[in-house]
Ligand binder design. Structure first.
Ligand code: NOJ
Length: 746
C-alpha cells in the first residue's frame, strides 16, 4: 500500500510537471485525460501493449484457452486486464502482482460475464424483459454489481442488447426480445444498474454493451453465422439498443463475431470509428469478443495475425480479448509504422481513463474487502428480490377453466417432468458465479409453499432430450393417485445461450408424449415451462389446459414460481418475443411489413397472397401477450384531438377495468401504424406501455402522449423524420388485440 501511495504521488508530480498546470486550475479539462496522458508519457511500447491486452484466468472460458501464463504476463506488465477471475483473495493476489511488481504499478481491470446476477442469479434476461419492469431490471443489475464488486470484479460483459427475431438462435435468452424500442429502455436500465451514479462507487462496475453490432441476426439462427441486412434495417431495428446504452453512458463496447455487409465487426472502421465514436460520441473503450481478432483470418479478411491485429486496431478496437494478437503483433506493427503510436496511445488512454474513473489508481484493492465478500453476497434482501423477480417474469400462456392458481382444497399434487426437481437447470446459461446447489428447484419451491398440508408426489417421467419412454408409466400412475398435476417441461439450460442454436424449436425428446399421457388421465394439469427461447409448441398448447412460461428463474426459481402457481402473486408478465407455431415461420415478429399482397384474413390460404400452404401466418402467442388470473376490459380510445401539428402533441387515453375476482397488474400497450410513408412502414410499432395495478372491480384511466418525434423513422435519404398524414393507433393487451383509432399529423 505504501508503494502505491508513493507511486500516486510520483504520478501526480509527473502529471503536474508535464501539463504545467496546478491541479486546481483544471476545471475545464478532463482530469482523467490528463492523468492518463501523464502515465502514457512514462510507458514503454510493451507496457502500452499490456494495457490493450485482456486474458482469461482459465477459471471459465468460452473458447480456446490461448495462454496459461497470464500470471507471468501480469508481472511483466504485459497483461493489463484479466477476466474470469473473482473472489477477494484471488483478485487481491493478481492485483498485487500488477500494482506491486510492475514498473508502473497500473492496476488491472477484472471482467466477467455477469449477465443475470453474480451469485444471486436472477431470471435470464429474456425472462426479466417479460416483466416490462425497467425499475426491477435496474435493481437486479445494482444487486449484481454489488455482489460482483464484493468479489473483486470491476467490469461486466453486459448488457447484451442484440435484437433478435429468430428463436433458433440460442442467445435470444440473453437479450430483451424483438422490439427495438423496449430493448433500448431495458439496455439503458441495465447500464444504470451496473454503473450506478458514479463509477468510483465501490458497488459499481464498468458495463460493456455487446455485441456490436447486429450479432442477433445470424443467417438461419446459427450462432456466429453471417449477418447481412439492409442499412435501413440496421439503423431502424438493430442499432438503437446499442445507442441507448451509449447514451446511458456505458463505459465499454464489445465487438461482435459476425460480419455486416461483408465486413467483420472487429475490423469495421465504419462501425467502430465513424458511427460509434464520431456520430454517437462514444467516449469509452472498445474490446473485442473472445479471440475475434484471430477470427479475421477465418473470415478471410486478413492473411495472418499481424494483418488481423493491424486492421482491428486501425478500425477502432482498443483491447484484444484473449486472442494474443495485440501482444504478439503490435510491437512490430508500431515499429514498422503500420499502426501509429498515436493509435495505440489513444487505445491505452481510453483504458487508463476507465481505470481512473473506477478509482483504481487511488485504491487498486477497492473491491478486495473480505467483509463485503461475506456480508454482501446472497443477502436475505437480495434473495427476496430475486424471488419477486421470478414471479414478475412468469408469463401465463394459457389458463382454461381457471386451472391455475392451484385450488386451496387440493390435498395431493404430483410434480412430474424432467425439470421438476432440477437445480442446475434453474440457473440458465451465463450464470456467472451462481451455484446450482443453492438454487430452489420447482419441487422444493412447491414443498416450501404447501408445507405438510399437501401430499407431494414426484416423478421425472422422462429426460429432457432423449427417446427413453420407460418412466412415463410410473409418472402416469402417480398422476392418477393425485388431485392435481404440475408438469415441468422444456429445455435444459444448456440448450440455449452461446453456441446453442437449434433447428427444431419444439419440446425436445419425448416430453410431448409424457404430456399426452399425463393429460389423458383427466386430472387437472398445469404445465410449467422452462426454456431460454420461444418454443414452437402448438400441440402442447392444444393439449394442456394451463401453461405457465417461467424461463430459467435463477437462484429463487422454485419459490418464485410457486408464488405464482398458488396465487400468492398474480402473473403479469408479457412476452417480448413472438412464439411461432413452427420453426418454418421464423423469423416471425409483430412489427413486420404489410407487403403488396397481404394475407386475406377471411381466407388465409388464398393463392397469390403472402401466406403459407401449410400454416397460418399468425404466431402461437404474439409479442406482448400474457394472461392474468383476473380479466381486464379495455374501453374505446379517447383522443384529445384527431389532428395535430408538427410541434404539437396528442393525448390518448383508455379506461381499463379489472373485471375479474382478484387484483392484478396489466401491461397496457400502445402501437402506431404510419399508413402511408416515404418507405414501407411496419403494420404496428410499439410506442408506449404502462404497467398498472388495478384492484378487482376498479377502473383506471391510462394516458399516453404522442409527439411527432415518436413517429419519426429513416426516410429514403436516411433522414430521421416523420411524415404528415394519417396514422392508426392501437391500445391493447398485446400486439394482436386491442382497439384502434386514427389521427392526422398535419
Ligand atoms: C464470448 C461471448 O460471445 C461474449 O458474450 C462473452 O462476453 C465472452 N465470450 C467472454 O466470456
Amino acid at each position: 500500500m505504501i508503494r502505491i501511495k508513493k507511486f500516486t504521488a510520483l504520478l501526480l508530480g509527473a502529471f503536474l510537471l508535464l501539463t504545467g498546470c496546478k491541479e486546481q486550475s483544471l476545471s475545464d479539462i478532463s482530469i482523467y485525460e490528463n492523468k492518463a496522458d501523464s502515465i502514457l508519457k512514462l510507458m514503454t511500447l510493451d507496457e502500452k501493449i499490456g494495457q490493450v491486452s485482456l486474458f482469461t484466468s482459465d477459471w471459465s472460458t468460452t473458447g480456446p484457452s490461448m495462454r496459461k501464463d497470464y500470471i507471468d504476463l501480469i508481472k511483466q506488465g504485459k497483461a493489463g486486464n484479466i477476466f474470469n477471475a473473482y473472489t477477494v483473495d484471488y483478485v487481491r493476489e493478481l492485483q498485487r502482482f500488477a500494482v506491486e511488481e510492475t514498473r508502473l504499478h497500473i492496476p488491472l481491470l477484472f471482467g466477467y460475464d455477469v449477465i443475470h446476477g453474480h451469485r444471486t442469479i436472477f431470471p435470464i434476461p429474456l425472462g426479466q424483459a417479460s416483466s416490462w419492469d425497467t425499475a426491477a431490471i435496474e435493481k437486479a443489475e445494482r444487486i449484481a454489481a454489488t455482489e460482483a464488486t464484493a468479489e473483486g470484479l470491476n467490469w461486466t460483459f453486459a448488457p447484451m442488447v442484440d435484437l433478435a427475431r429468430d428463436p433458433r438462435w440460442g442467445r435470444v435468452m440473453e437479450g430483451a426480445g424483438e422490439d427495438t424500442w423496449l430493448a433500448g429502455l431495458i439496455a439503458a436500465a441495465r447500464v444504470r444498474g451496473f454503473q450506478g451514479l458514479d463509477l468510483s462507487d465501490k458497488r459499481s462496475v464498468l458495463a460493456c454493451v455487446k455485441h456490436f453490432a447486429a450479432y442477433g441476426a445470424p443467417q438461419g439462427g446459427r450462432d456466429y453465422h453471417t449477418v447481412d441486412m439492409s442499412e435501413r434495417s440496421l439503423y431502424e431495428w438493430y442499432l438503437p439498443p446499442y445507442k441507448a446504452a451509449v447514451d446511458a453512458g456505458v463505459a465499454s463496447v464489445m465487438t461482435s463475431f459476425n460480419e455486416i455487409a461483408g465486413v467483420p465487426s472487429t475490423s469495421n472502421k465504419w462501425l467502430l470509428t465513424d458511427l460509434l465514436r464520431n456520430d454517437w460520441k462514444f467516449k469509452g473503450f472498445i474490446v473485442t469478443d473472445y479471440s475475434s481478432i484471430n477470427e479475421l483470418i477465418n473470415h478471410g479478411v486478413a492473411r495472418d495475425l499481424s494483418e488481423a491485429a493491424s486492421i482491428s486496431i486501425n478500425a477502432g478496437v482498443d483491447m484484444d480479448m484473449q486472442g494474443s494478437a495485440f501482444i504478439s503483433q503490435l510491437s512490430d506493427l508500431v515499429k514498422s509504422g503500420k499502426v501509429t503510436e498515436e493509435t495505440l496511445d489513444n487505445a491505452v488512454k481510453r483504458i487508463l481513463i476507465a481505470k481512473y474513473k473506477l478509482g483504481l489508481f487511488d485504491d487498486p484493492y477497492k473491491n478486495c474487502d473480505k467483509k463485503r465478500e461475506t456480508e454482501e453476497i446472497m443477502t436475505p434482501e437480495f434473495l427476496a428480490f430475486a424471488r419477486e423477480f421470478v414471479a414478475k417474469s412468469c408469463v401465463l400462456l394459457k389458463n382454461e377453466n381457471k386451472i391455475l392458481p392451484v385450488p386451496e382444497n387440493i390435498r395431493s399434487i404430483a410434480v412430474i417432468g424432467p425439470l421438476a426437481d432440477s437445480k442446475p437447470d434453474m440457473l440458465g446459461f451465463w450464470s456467472a458465479a451462481g451455484q446450482w446447489e443453492k438454487c430452489v428447484s420447482l419441487l422444493e419451491g412447491i414443498r416450501n409453499r404447501v408445507g405438510g398440508s399437501v401430499n407431494i408426489l414426484t416423478a421425472k417421467g422422462c429426460n429432457v432430450n432423449d427417446e427413453n419412454t420407460e418412466g412415463i408409466d410410473q409418472a402416469v400412475s402417480l398422476a392418477r393417485r393425485s388431485d392435481y398435476v404440475i408438469l415441468a417441461l422444456g429445455e435444459s439450460s444448456m440448450m440455449s445461450g452461446e453456441a446453442s442454436s437449434r433447428t427444431d424449436i419444439s419440446l425436445p425428446g419425448v416430453q410431448l408424449r409424457l404430456a399426452e399421457a399425463i393429460i389423458k388421465t383427466g386430472k387437472p394439469v398445469a404445465v410449467v415451462l422452462f426454456n431460454g427461447r420461444p418454443l414452437a409448441i402448438p400441440e402442447l398448447d392444444k393439449l394442456a389446459p394451463a401453461i405457465l412460461e417461467t424461463w430459467f428463474g435463477g437462484t429463487q426459481a422454485g419459490n418464485g414460481i410457486a408464488d405464482v402457481l398458488f396465487g400468492d402473486v398474480n402473473p403479469s408478465g408479457k412476452l417480448t418475443m413472438t412464439f411461432p407455431r413452427n420453426a418454418g415461420q421464423v423469423p416471425i415478429f409483430y412489427n413486420s411489413k404489410n407487403t403488396g399482397r397481404p394475407i386475406n384474413p377471411q381466407n388465409p390460404y388464398e393463392k397469390y397472397k403472402s401466406n403459407y400452404l401449410d400454416s397460418p401466418n399468425t404466431p402461437l402467442y404474439p409479442f406482448g401477450y400474457g394472461l392474468s388470473y383476473t380479466s381486464f376490459k379495455y374501453s374505446g380510445i379517447t383522443l384529445n384531438k384527431t389532428e395535430f401539428q408538427k410541434d404539437d402533441q396528442i393525448i390518448v387515453s383508455v379506461e381499463i377495468t379489472n373485471t375479474g375476482d382478484r387484483d392484478g397488474e396489466e401491461i397496457v400497450q400502445l402501437y402506431v401504424r404510419d399508413l402511408v410513408g416515404d418507405v414501407t412502414r411496419p403494420v404496428k410499432e410499439l410506442k408506449g406501455f404502462r404497467k398498472v395495478m388495478i384492484e378487482k372491480g376498479n377502473t383506471v384511466n391510462v394516458a399516453f402522449t404522442i409527439s411527432p418525434a415518436d413517429l419519426s423513422y429513416y426516410h429514403k435519404d436516411m433522414s430521421f423524420t416523420f411524415d404528415p398524414g394519417e396514422f392508426e393507433l392501437f391500445i391493447g393487451p398485446n400486439s394482436s388485440e386491442g382497439n384502434s383509432v386514427s389521427f392526422l399529423l398535419l
